[in-house]
Design a protein around this ligand. Sequence first.
Ligand SMILES: [Zn+2]
Length: 91
Amino acid sequence: MKSFHKGGTLWTKVQNIIETPLFVDSELTSMVQLADVCAYSLRRYLEKKETHLFNEVFKIADKKDGKVVGVRHFSAPSCACLICSAHKPLP
Ligand SMILES: [Zn+2]
């Protein structure tokens, strides 16, 4: 985390994360519950094609120059899901 705070990521500076990563039961902190909801929505979209919750989370994903960089799907280059489509280079 020190490296990310100092130099940012490949796409952006890290300004809003102040905690040191740790494992904690999600019942103890609302921010972990929020992260769980995001992860759940992505998983349900990718595995079951459910879009209701995914659309709410994905529309606020971090973007840089119009390209979504806050959510990634590491899959085959031919994947046409919304995540991969939004991450492809702009024409
Ligand atoms: Zn994909």
